[in-house]
Design a protein around this ligand. Structure first.
Ligand SMILES: [Zn+2]
Length: 202
């Protein structure tokens, strides 16, 4: 079954970690366990309509169908992102406390781990095949291409122009940038620190 829907798209990415651990199998095993625990904490903090689609290496892909109010859908996802960063930091400290007895590269570098979140929105195709849900379309590709960018911060939220259009407050938060995405051209975005994200309505 395939259908089209407007959706909010998110990638939560823990970067630069498993890449540098190549030599020792203990470190690699522990790095994978740590990343799995952290991504699990991030994903388990998402709530309907935001849904985990799949894990992709050190990242998680999530999406929320926008329904008939894309601005409300975007606001909900932005507030959930803020909660994800909090969950990430709390889980990171808990894991570090559990692993103080191990001297491997992965366990001794837990405190240095950071989260990046990328958010875009647009019309996508949602395919259900053999029990899996696959997201397709140019906007899904754009979101993935944005992971390669020139942003220097280690922890940030990157919001594309269509997301900023749904959340006008973004215009006065963070700073503007763009990335040259292969096959798509320049994609403008704003970069902000997670503490500038809106909180969920009480
Ligand atoms: Zn270890």
């Amino acid at each position: 079954m395939i259908r089209l829907a407007h959706a909010q798209l998110v990638i939560a990415d823990i970067s630069g970690y498993t890449d540098f651990i190549v030599n020792r199998s203990v470190s690699l095993l522990h790095a994978e366990q740590i990343v799995s625990d952290l991504l699990g904490a991030v994903a388990s903090n998402s709530r309907h309509p935001l849904t985990l689609n799949k894990f992709e290496g050190d990242a998680a892909l999530l999406f929320a169908e926008s329904g008939d109010d894309p601005a409300a859908a975007a606001a909900d996802v932005l507030a959930q992102l803020r909660a994800m960063f909090d969950a990430f930091a709390a889980t990171r400290e808990a894991i570090a406390a559990q692993r103080t007895g191990c001297n491997c590269d992965a366990c001794t570098n837990i405190h240095g781990l950071r989260l990046k979140a990328f958010m875009h929105c647009g019309q996508i195709a949602i395919k259900q095949l053999h029990g899996f849900v696959e997201l397709a379309g140019e906007d899904v590709i754009v979101l993935h291409r944005l992971l390669k960018n020139q942003v220097r911060e280690r922890e940030y939220v990157l919001l594309t122009a269509p997301v900023c259009a749904l959340w006008p407050a973004a215009a006065v938060e963070g700073y503007a940038g763009s990335a040259d995405c292969e096959g798509v051209g320049q994609v403008p975005f704003r970069v902000l620190t997670p503490d500038r994200l809106p909180r969920a309505a009480a």
